[in-house]
Write a protein that binds this ligand. Sequence first.
Ligand SMILES: [Zn+2]
Length: 133
Amino acid sequence: MSDELKPAACPFCGHDNVDVFYEGSSDWYVMCGMCIADGPSGGSKIRAIAAWNTRRPTPEQSRETRERAESDALTLVGHAEYLRGMGQSDMPSWFLGLAERIARGAGLMTLADRCAAMDRSALGREGSDADQA
Ligand SMILES: [Zn+2]
């Protein structure tokens, strides 16, 4: 038997980092690896995927997800700026990349573009602005 039915992108954050999990007894469910939303457990694997694929967030849930994504992304940007101030370059870039993915997944394109621009400017500016001890 082939599993042709695949879980669709997350209806909450738009990310395709979703997977099917097995929960003990006989319950399968789908969970988003980005925003941790999980689907209704639907008994069989196929039914769990089908339930997930027809799931739609309420406007309230969409708003909460976007606000959480924005808050998470801004926190990561803050970490990146702090670490850059400490003279690091690897982790700030990683944080900015993650912030960009979170923002983009939630449809916050302006914020995503800002994160990407910050990452690029960090690379271009290296050595001119940093206080290297
Ligand atoms: Zn999600």
